[in-house]
Design a protein around this ligand. Structure first.
Ligand SMILES: Cc1cc2nc3c(=O)[nH]c(=O)nc-3n(C[C@H](O)[C@H](O)[C@H](O)COP(=O)(O)OP(=O)(O)OC[C@H]3O[C@@H](n4cnc5c(N)ncnc54)[C@H](O)[C@@H]3O)c2cc1C
Length: 393
């Protein structure tokens, strides 16, 4: 396998970087929001992503009949990594999760209504799988959908719905057949977020960003807004989660933080002794660089496996998510240790070592090891799907 980029791919990166330089606005890009930068919503950030769409860079991997260019996944990966490196919005949910699922399983009506809007960045989505008693085991979700006329009435509660406070549409799973085995009685719905009966309440994370609880009280949804076949929702959710585990956890911000730590070690002193002469620190840095290379290559492995067609590669998505998010946390912990007490200074403090990123990532990176499925769940998936070990639950 060749891990170097081709001249065409490098040319594309150059074009993207020039475009980003031309749109370099601090209101749009902010690396200090870490991985959560992708879910910050402002009119300027929406307008910037619309420009990305005008360039034909949203939906690059979509088939031409749906407005895409049938391009290779590597270009989408390169674009997303470049956006993430600057702390900008990313192509995540609309193109990568909802759009791709609608293309594979949605009705003509849903395709016509949503796909062009996604490509023009005119619509934001929130994803509602988790509930107070259904997180890792999402198939245990209990949000009730009862038949009512030509549609369904939804009642119940979701939790941890990121983006619900600004999204336009809710991509939400509900139980349509309570008698069926738990994986076979769930359907996926699209519901406008301003529908009467939807209440959104904030949950603030230790990473200073907002996620939400969402309550649905007698929310009626027409059959037209059921995604794909009834009671097949969990199958679609599983495929979408494979995409989420890859697209929402980018590598470039981690590489950037490793550079900050390396530069700090090269120049800082502790008790009059240069850090670069400390054998323990040298060993830590060498190890972190080696692991960074593993994370980078696992990302490429997912991209190459995806380009072979069919469903998204499950175990590659889990390997990437598990290793990269745990690595990112180890890097944050090491940065905090190496910086000493000053590492607790925050990003806006001029004296903060590593521009305060050791403190911010110490908090933010924990979240990435939970959202999109916790590390333990990724290990279970790898054990079962890749190694053929029996199910443990
Ligand atoms: C910031 C943030 C944003 C999120 N955004 C969204 C969103 O937009 N939409 C959405 O639907 N969800 C979202 N989530 C929810 C996320 O997917 C869940 O938090 C996650 O799946 C874990 O579920 P839980 O919190 O209920 O923990 P639990 O499932 O209760 O797990 C608790 C602990 O037990 C471990 N565990 C559970 N089952 C097993 C097992 N079988 N084997 C070994 N260990 C196990 C877990 O790893 C974890 O350590 C978000 C979460 C966070 C933190």
């Amino acid at each position: 396998m060749d891990f170097e980029f081709t001249p065409e791919q490098l040319e594309f990166v150059k074009e993207v970087e020039e475009f980003l330089d031309g749109n370099d606005d601090p209101e749009v890009f902010d690396v200090t929001r870490e991985n959560m930068a992708q879910i910050v919503d402002t009119p300027l950030r929406r307008a910037f992503m619309a420009k990305v769409g005008e360039h034909g860079w949203l939906g690059m991997t979509w088939p031409e009949e749906y407005g895409g260019t049938n391009g290779e996944g590597i270009y989408e990966y390169l674009l997303n990594e470049a956006l993430a490196a600057r702390g900008g919005p990313q192509i995540g949910k609309g193109v990568g999760i909802i759009g791709k699922t609608i293309i594979s399983h949605g009705s003509d009506k849903l395709k016509q209504e949503f796909l062009p809007k996604i490509l023009r960045n005119e619509v934001e989505f929130a994803v509602g799988y988790s509930e107070p008693n259904a997180g890792s085991d999402a198939a245990s979700m209990q949000l009730k959908a009862t038949r009512d006329g030509d549609g369904w009435r939804l009642n119940g509660q979701k939790t941890w719905t990121t983006s619900a406070h600004f999204a336009d549409w809710y991509w939400v799973g509900a139980r349509t057949d309570p008698e069926a085995p738990k994986h076979h009685g769930i359907s996926l719905f699209l519901v406008p977020m301003d529908h009467p009966g939807i209440t959104v309440k904030a949950i603030w994370t230790m990473g200073d960003e907002r996620t939400n609880e969402v309550y649905l009280d007698d929310v009626w949804v027409s059959d037209d807004y059921v995604v794909g076949e009834l009671n097949k929702g969990f199958q679609y959710i599983s495929e979408a989660l494979d995409l989420e585990r890859f697209t929402l956890f980018t590598y470039s911000p981690t590489a950037q933080r490793l550079d900050l730590l390396t530069e700090y070690v090269a120049n800082a002193e502790r008790d009059g002794v240069p850090l670069k002469d400390d054998a323990v620190v040298r060993s830590q840095i060498a190890r972190l660089h080696t692991e960074a290379e593993v994370a980078r290559v696992l990302g490429l492995k997912f991209v190459f496996a995806s380009s072979e067609g069919g469903s998204p590669p499950t175990s590659e998505a889990s390997e990437y998510k598990l290793f990269t998010t745990e690595y990112s946390r180890r890097l944050a912990n090491a940065s905090m240790d190496i910086a000493g007490p000053g590492g607790q200074l925050r990003v806006r403090d001029e004296d903060a070592p590593m521009k305060g990123r050791s403190e911010s990532t110490y908090r933010y990176t924990v979240i990435d090891t939970i959202g999109g499925g916790s590390s333990e769940i990724q290990k279970n998936i790898i054990a079962r799907r890749k190694l053929g070990l029996p199910k443990n639950f």
